[in-house]
Design a protein around this ligand. Structure first.
Ligand code: GLU
Length: 308
């Protein structure tokens, strides 16, 4: 298998489903500061696989905002929508290894037959393990899991483990609607671009064991992981792009958003920097970032703003 680059890197991988949001800025900042402090390259990847959810113009707007904020990336961004051939090649390899199998189950059938739902949705009961059980033309491809626990250390959430077969079940790498699944794409991209350090939101902590298992199947080294606590909205829910524009990063509010993101990451900024341009704040953080100050509590956006 050809790796595009072997030099170690961190990365930020936004989904272009809307403009840059404070929640994503926190992930961008965490990955950037940690990568730079570790002497790594920092890469950008646009996760635009899920075509129906992609918003036209959002990717270029996100890139523009990151530039305004002072981020500097080391290579041209990778666009997942341009990498289908590579994902197909890896899926083919897994087919040869007999690690994947075609599945004819619809979501409704899985919900009906799943004995219990894990945190990530219904556990796939393995209906098609020995051949597609139904007549559907459109087949998904699932990765065969096993009952040995997948253990890993997260730099923030400490030791984690998951038994994939019992808690997730065999999971989809290629969807019946013809799209490659996020789990496959993210592992192939990180592996091909030399990503050795993954920093992202805690909403993906539950995907990590699946990704580590994929690295095992592909006989590739596993990156280090740091999942960041999530920023919450006033209702205690994860802030999302769909909940209005409260956390959208604009050119005008860039200094405030950069300040809030650094405060969220537990950093103690010198008061004289309040109101300084975002790139100056980023520059300060590059020198002074202390990852051990990231705090376990999830603080709502309103509480962060009240501190300004
Ligand atoms: N594209 C994902 C998101 O925006 C992040 C994927 C990853 O960091 O692995 O939530």
């Amino acid at each position: 298998m050809v790796a595009v680059s072997q030099k170690a890197a961190g990365r930020f991988a936004p989904s272009p489903t809307g403009p840059l949001h404070l929640g994503s800025l926190i992930a961008a900042l965490g990955s950037y500061l940690l990568a730079r402090q570790s002497g790594l390259r920092w890469l950008l990847r646009i996760d635009d696989l899920d075509r129906p959810r992609v918003v036209a113009g959002a990717a270029s707007e996100i890139l523009q905002r990151l530039e305004d904020l002072g981020f500097e990336w080391d290579e041209d961004p990778v666009w997942q929508s341009r990498r289908y051939a590579r994902y197909a090649e890896v899926l083919q390899q897994l087919k040869k290894q007999k690690l994947v199998y075609p599945c004819s189950c619809s979501r409704r059938e899985i919900l009906a037959s799943a004995p219990h739902a894990g945190e990530e949705g219904p556990v796939y009961p393995g209906t098609c393990r020995n051949g597609p059980a139904g007549q559907r033309q459109q087949l998904a491809w699932r990765l065969r899991t096993h009952s040995r626990p997948i253990c890993f250390h997260d730099r923030f959430y400490a030791d984690q483990q998951q038994v994939l077969e019992a808690e997730v079940g065999d999971f989809v790498l290629f969807r019946a609607d013809g799209l490659f699944a996020y789990q496959l794409a993210t592992v192939v991209d990180d592996m091909d671009t030399g990503v050795t350090q993954v920093v992202r939101g805690a909403d993906l902590l539950g995907s990590t064991a699946r990704q580590i298992y994929l690295y095992h199947c592909l006989q590739q080294p596993i990156p280090s992981y740091l999942h960041l606590p999530l920023l919450l909205g006033g209702d205690g829910e994860k802030i999302s792009k769909r909940q209005g524009d409260t956390g959208i990063v604009s050119r005008e509010n860039a200094p405030e958003m950069m300040w809030l993101a650094l405060v969220f990451l537990g950093q103690c900024l010198p008061p004289e920097l309040l109101g300084a341009p975002a790139p100056d704040l980023l520059h300060w953080a590059l020198e002074s970032f202390q990852p051990e100050l990231i705090r376990p509590c999830n603080r709502p956006l309103a509480a962060l703003r009240a501190g300004l």
